[in-house]
Design a protein around this ligand. Sequence first.
Ligand SMILES: [Zn+2]
Ligand SMILES: [Zn+2]
Length: 245
Amino acid sequence: MKIIADMHTHTIASTHAYGTVNEMVRQAADIGLYAIGITDHGPAMPGCPREWYFNNFAAIPSTYLGVRVLMGAEANITDFDGNLDLPKENLDRLEWIVASLHLPTLDMSIIKPTIETCTALYLNAAENPYINVIGHSDSPFFAYDYEKVIPVFAEKGKLVEINDATFKRKRDCVENCIRIAKICKKVGAPVIVNTDAHFMTDLGKAEGSLRMLEEINFPEELVVNSPVERFEKYLTEHNLPLRQL
Ligand SMILES: [Zn+2]
Ligand SMILES: [Zn+2]
């Protein structure tokens, strides 16, 4: 199995990533990817772009250097109700939305993360029509009731992300990632394998994730970004606000 689209990547706009859109797409072309999702962090993350950055993606071609380019965001889930840090005007126009929890952006002044509060948070996120992907939900700090929530993700059309950063540099998340993948397999929940690349050289390299999926005999038909036809089917069926090809 190999991934044909890397749908969670960052550029210098995130200020802690180091490639331009041009460099990321060029790399995607060089390694033969069909598509790339550019998903810089939403404004709640320190140093990350404001709303207006996300409003001018019409300036970028939808296909560039032969690569399908989806311009989106990694929106921050900022409270335990599952709200995101981008306004409706942005969300209506973004082509691809990964929603993730990050320590610096979650308001923990009222509620602290527990299995119960994180379960409620993810059940709320599952109801958010804008979200395509539940990003790296394998953090032990934000553990939730996987058995309860993952079937709801599947039912609501949310892709569960297998994020390769877990295998490259977040070893404390590996165990939960495997548990999540096994439950996805059991309940037939579609997943997406992404690199979360913060530099060009990481793009498309998801060997750790793919090896883990192979080891648990994960059914390839549940991996949305392999092959092209399955990925295209997802885009068509989910009625995304895609720019014209
Ligand atoms: Zn993230
Ligand atoms: Zn990211």
